[in-house]
Design a protein. Structure first.
Length: 214
């Protein structure tokens, strides 16, 4: 590990990135296995192998840590770059990359367990549900909305309501398969079946928003 990741924190100095990552990894494990209420900052510190003071130096409170853990999980599969439209790259290629990442994300064990946890906590603590939604789904929808606005301006597709189109895109990818998975009565699509589903959704989306003159 590079030495510059272990520089003690101080005014103007960067925080220890390696410890921050260890804290996030520990938080994801504990929130999913023990639930939100039963996960303490002390437990996260012990799991990460750091002091509680170090945890609080990176994250002010448990809500902030939970939000960051959700965002980190989404970043693993859908980094911000996925929502860019590089010059010379076909829109279909960009959409396929996003679709593959999102499909893998929502069908992962971590994502399924987190959604089940939120369904349990939602009626108990609406504030926690809002933290989850803004850190995960809302962040992805916003990124997709910005991308589709650029796509519309480029003329490649005709999208007069980018936010609605973003929601349609992700809902099509989830489909009935993700519902079955969440309910515990199905298995996630993998391999060729997953790729076929992604290709079908992107193809349908492209046709739905194809410019009339095309």
């Amino acid at each position: 590990m590079p030495n510059n990741l272990s520089v003690p924190n101080g005014p103007g100095r960067p925080k220890d990135l390696a410890k921050r990552q260890a804290i996030l990894d520990a938080a994801k494990i504990l929130f999913l296995s023990k639930g939100y209420a039963n996960t303490s900052m002390d437990a996260v510190a012990a799991e990460a192998g750091v002091s509680k003071l170090t945890v609080y130096s990176h994250f002010n409170d448990k809500e902030t840590l939970f939000s960051a853990a959700v965002m980190a999980k989404c970043e693993e599969q859908l980094p911000t770059l996925f929502f860019e439209l590089p010059d010379g790259t076909a829109v279909e290629t960009v959409l396929l990359n996003i679709a593959r990442g999102f499909h893998q994300l929502i069908n992962s064990d971590e994502s399924v367990n987190l959604h089940r946890l939120m369904m349990t906590l939602g009626s108990q603590d609406p504030k926690l549900s809002l933290i989850f939604f803004e850190a995960g789904p809302e962040r992805m929808l916003h990124g997709m909305e910005r991308l589709l606005t650029k796509v519309d301006h480029s003329g490649a597709l005709s999208i007069d309501k980018p936010r609605n189109a973003a929601e349609h895109f992700f809902c099509l990818l989830k489909g009935a398969g993700n519902f079955r998975l969440l309910y515990g009565c199905g298995e996630p699509l993998t391999g060729d079946a997953a790729e076929s589903h992604v290709q079908e959704v992107v193809g349908l989306f492209m046709r739905a928003y194809r410019p009339e003159s095309a």
